[in-house]
Design a protein around this ligand. Structure first.
Ligand SMILES: [Zn+2]
Length: 369
């Protein structure tokens, strides 16, 4: 059996072992430790990394991983599960998105990898920031051990569970066939997760790069390490919804079945429902408001909407309509996530939708100048 050591945890066939990675020494004398669970079966198989809570207020994944990794699971398991229930413990304690010691999105701090530009003059690159150092350390374990990876997130309070197909970048025609293989595996994974989440492609390649999604954990693992990986957004942040936890545990076991790590029959998810779009959809921040004002959304998460349909009412603070008093969508598609806030400014998106994806999943590498 493959021997794995992460932080102070070692794999042992037929056992679940628990421990920590010492991630960052804190100025006040203690250490920020990231919890690690290694569950190894008695039979050979792949190593699946399951991670959660890199954004500290996104709680569902913590519960999913706790419910999933049990003695019963290990009895039937082929291969190894590396479960990291929180990638960002300080933020979990503080109930916020960012780590205590770096007020930036922790899920954009993973190595640039193949996207790195030679930049001798940028001295900052020599001095990674605190969470960037943590991200580098975590990433080194993926590089060493991972065969597959799932990262669990939550979007907004009113959002439908959805899996994200990251764009896959390839360097020249000679890499195209390899990228196609990788895309096939990525799609296989999200399809295996199945009714646990609606499938959407990420933003188009340019926006994907602008948002630095290639430096998200699953984006870096997929695009630089070329390990099949995806992110799932399991509905509401900040609260636990028991039905979603139970359904997502089943969906994750279905994913392990896809990887050949469990032989039991596929489970049906009956706890909640997600739409099955008729075409491949991609994310878009849409619709956007034209005024500063107060918004009341009129559609629900997962709802299919028609082009031109009214999505929200918009008023001033007195309650009087602004403009024609409504915000319409310019696209047919599905409502994925509704914005939590009631206040908007001009051009601000009030939701994320899934619309027909006209781009390929595969994209040539962006130029490095
Ligand atoms: Zn998140």
């Amino acid at each position: 059996m493959k021997a794995i050591k992460i932080g102070n945890v070692k794999s042992e066939p037929g056992k679940i072992n628990y421990g920590f990675i010492d991630a960052m020494a804190l100025p006040t004398g203690t250490v920020d430790r990231i919890p690690v669970v290694i569950a190894q079966g008695n039979k050979e198989g792949p190593t699946f990394f399951l991670t959660a809570n890199i954004h500290g207020n996104e709680l569902t994944g913590v519960a999913v991983l706790h419910e999933l990794v049990t003695e019963d699971l290990v009895r039937d398991l082929k291969g190894t599960i590396v479960s990291i229930p929180t990638l960002n413990p300080t933020a979990l304690r503080l109930y916020q998105r960012h780590p205590e010691y770096q007020d930036e999105d922790p899920n954009r701090q993973f190595p640039e990898g193949r996207f790195a530009k030679p930049d001798e003059e940028d001295e900052d690159k020599k001095y990674p920031k605190p969470f960037e150092q943590v991200a580098n350390l975590l990433y080194s374990y993926f590089e060493k051990y991972a065969d597959y990876h799932l990262d669990i997130h939550n979007h907004s309070l009113r959002s439908v569970p959805y899996s994200i197909l990251d764009r896959i970048f390839y360097d020249g025609v000679e890499e195209r066939a390899e990228a196609e293989e990788l895309a096939k595996k990525q799609l296989g994974m999200v399809e295996a997760f199945g009714a646990g989440a609606m499938i959407t492609t990420d933003f188009p390649p340019k926006k994907y790069m602008n948002l630095k999604y290639h430096r998200s954990l699953s984006g870096a693992v997929l695009n630089t390490l070329r390990i099949p990986a995806f992110t799932v957004e399991l509905g509401s942040n900040s609260v636990l919804i028991p039905e979603i936890v139970t359904g997502a545990v089943k969906a994750t076991r279905n994913l392990l079945r896809w990887a050949g790590m469990l032989e039991s029959p596929k489970e049906k998810i009956t706890e909640y429902k997600v739409p099955i779009p008729e075409y491949r959809i991609r994310r878009i921040e849409h619709p956007r408001g034209k005024h500063s004002g107060i918004v009341k959304l009129l559609v629900g998460p997962g709802e299919k909407v028609a082009k031109g349909q009214v999505i929200a009412k918009i008023t001033d603070i007195h309650g009087r309509p602004l403009g024609d008093g409504v915000i319409r969508t310019e696209h047919e598609g599905y409502m994925i996530a509704l914005r939590d806030q009631m206040t908007v400014y001009p051009n601000m998106g009030i939701a994320e939708m899934g619309i027909k994806d006209e781009d390929e999943i595969l994209s040539p590498m962006p130029p490095k100048d």
